[in-house]
Design a protein around this ligand. Structure first.
Ligand code: NI
Ligand code: MN
Length: 228
């Protein structure tokens, strides 16, 4: 069991059973829908960034410097943050896993793009598989549906997934439901929807797309926490 807190867009925290706090894709202060979140209260031991786009890292530097958390991302993104004075950082690349004190993290494929806000090369975009003794899950990052997601279901036993569902820039609900099925996920938390006009979605219809495949789609309100 772990506790997920949704901070809007594709940003969420997961507090593991051992107390370790993982924070993914911090983008809070520029998000009008997340205006009630006080980022000074957002804790992190590790900040994991899927790819270089602004809507996944706008608040990362501030949170990393305040908390002293370790950054985990691809080599190019870690190098970019190192240049901003972030010293605690762990670079990865696709297909590679690493055993952190809290569990194993694998950086996996995503089909998307990944330039950094100043135009620097953000490497290739990815997602994460997190496997801990108490809780294992897949974070898709921004991605299209892709058949490598079948490999996740073949070789990992996961408790839940955090999947982009907003369509237009990423998978929409029907493709994300297929990804969940392929990855062997029965519970999915939807992210990357409603923040901007092209990614506003019908929540009931989205849940219906997942239900068709036997997957429960959870859409916690911004600021809410759920146990998974
Ligand atoms: Ni993106
Ligand atoms: Mn995005």
């Amino acid at each position: 069991m772990s506790r997920l807190t949704y901070y809007g867009h594709a940003c969420f925290g997961v507090e593991l059973a051992d107390g370790t706090k993982l924070l993914f894709d911090p983008f809070i202060t520029p998000n009008e829908l997340a205006k009630d979140i006080d980022i000074a209260g957002v804790g992190a031991d590790y900040v994991l960034i899927t790819h270089g786009h602004e809507d996944h890292l706008a608040d990362a530097e501030e949170i990393l410097k305040r908390t002293g958390a370790t950054l985990v991302s691809n080599f190019e993104i870690v190098t970019w943050f190192t240049g901003k004075g972030i010293e605690k950082a762990h670079p990865m690349n696709h297909g590679g896993g690493f055993d952190f004190p809290f569990g194993r993290v694998k950086y996996v494929n995503a089909i998307h793009s990944s330039c950094l806000p100043d135009g620097s090369n953000g490497g290739n975009p990815g997602g994460f598989i997190i496997e801990t003794p108490e809780s294992s899950f897949y974070v898709s990052g921004d991605t299209a549906l892709h058949s490598d997601q079948k490999l996740i279901g073949e070789f990992h036993r996961l408790d839940f997934g955090v999947l982009c569902i907003g369509d237009n820039f990423t998978m929409g609900p029907s493709d994300a439901a297929i990804a969940a099925e392929w990855a062997g996920i029965k519970k999915a938390v939807g992210v990357h929807y409603d923040t901007f006009p092209p990614i506003k979605i019908d929540h009931t219809a989205a849940k219906g797309e997942f239900a068709k495949r036997g997957v429960e789609l959870l859409l916690p309100p911004i600021g809410d926490s759920i146990d998974l």
